[in-house]
Design a protein around this ligand. Structure first.
Ligand code: ATP
Ligand code: ATP
Ligand code: MG
Ligand code: MG
Ligand code: MG
Ligand code: MG
Ligand code: MG
Length: 270
């Protein structure tokens, strides 16, 4: 260990290990994406290119960290659930938050041209990140229900709002005024009677957000071949690394609030 007379300053760093045996939810959110989406010509209310780019960046994080089993994305945010027994970076909070936020952000920028080939980045986007600990499965379920309920409320509002502006010819001020005091039923009614839109028929990606689940895949049976170790292993099913169960990631746009999801993917709350 380096032993200069200056090394004592290291001792000023505070330990920040997160409590053991608690679920960790890591959430990041685009910084000032109201402006970022304006300056990069996002289609309103939902720019599918931007949502797919968010999904891609999230998938890169899931691929890099096998202790994340579930992720949920909407708008400019993504939430990731880490196993409660994870020992990632010795559970150091700032290490986890900063590393994951930066990996997501660099992937967002790296893959930007794939999703926005005609829109050059005008300035580098950034994301904030945080971790919240939850003691039991109940809070974890309620957390994801909370985010998905938020997706629903925002998307219903934005869908009617932009229909009033883009198809109804209202100004944004008028559209806000039209919607003031309306409840969910009124918004469905405006959409249906004025614009012939059935809200429930809108793409589930917009209504439900994006859900990544990690699923254990049964290991492919070992294949005996004449291949020597020096030959490329093309066509031969890869064996998982020792002690690691092979997994795949599935992208869904499904309900996270009812019991069905949690019964089907019960292993996510282990
Ligand atoms: P990590 O980057 O793995 O999250 P870290 O930032 O503590 O952890 P490094 O970035 O590898 O570790 O190293 C920071 C520097 O601090 C290193 O050059 C190392 O020599 C020095 N250092 C780390 N721990 C101590 C210590 N206990 N006493 C003195 N110097 C240390
Ligand atoms: P903050 O820095 O506090 O998060 P913000 O401007 O990012 O501020 P948010 O509440 O995070 O505010 O909202 C993000 C905004 O980004 C949305 O309100 C919306 O205007 C825009 N936005 C994000 N994703 C999309 C998308 N896929 N399509 C259209 N607009 C989007
Ligand atoms: Mg915000
Ligand atoms: Mg934001
Ligand atoms: Mg947001
Ligand atoms: Mg370091
Ligand atoms: Mg270093």
């Amino acid at each position: 260990m380096a032993g200069s007379k200056f090394a004592y300053v290291k001792k000023f760093e505070l330990p920040d290990a997160l409590l053991p045996n608690m679920f960790m939810v890591f959430r990041l959110d685009g910084h000032s994406f109201h402006r970022f989406s304006d300056e990069h010509e996002f289609v309103k209310p939902n720019d599918v290119r931007a949502l797919r780019l968010m999904d891609h960046a999230a998938k890169s994080v899931l691929e890099a960290y096998s202790d994340i089993g579930l992720a949920f994305g909407e708008s400019d945010e993504y939430s990731f659930l880490l196993r409660k027994s994870t020992t990632l970076y010795n559970r150091r909070e700032s290490k986890i938050v900063s590393t994951l936020t930066s990996l997501f952000t660099s992937n967002y920028v790296f893959h930007w041209p794939t999703y926005f080939p005609d829109v050059p980045l005008r300035y580098p986007p950034s994301f904030d990140g945080r971790i919240v600990l939850y003691p039991s499965q109940r809070e974890v379920r309620d957390y994801f229900a909370w985010r998905q309920a938020d997706t629903h409320i925002n998307n219903l509002y934005n869908t009617v709002f932009w229909a009033l502006v883009q198809q109804g010819g209202q100004t944004t001020t008028e559209a806000h005024a039209t919607l003031r005091g309306t409840v969910s039923k009124d918004k469905h009614e405006i959409l249906f009677s004025h614009f012939g839109m059935n809200y429930d028929k809108i793409d589930p990606r917009y209504r439900k957000g994006s859900v990544f689940v990690r699923i254990e895949t049964p290991e492919a049976p070992e294949v005996t071949t004449e291949a020597t170790s020096s030959q490329p292993s093309e066509g031969i099913p890869k064996k998982a690394k020792k002690g690691k169960v092979p997994t795949t990631l599935e992208l869904l746009h499904c309900d996270l609030i009812r019991d069905d999801f949690w019964e089907k993917y019960a292993h996510l709350l282990d």
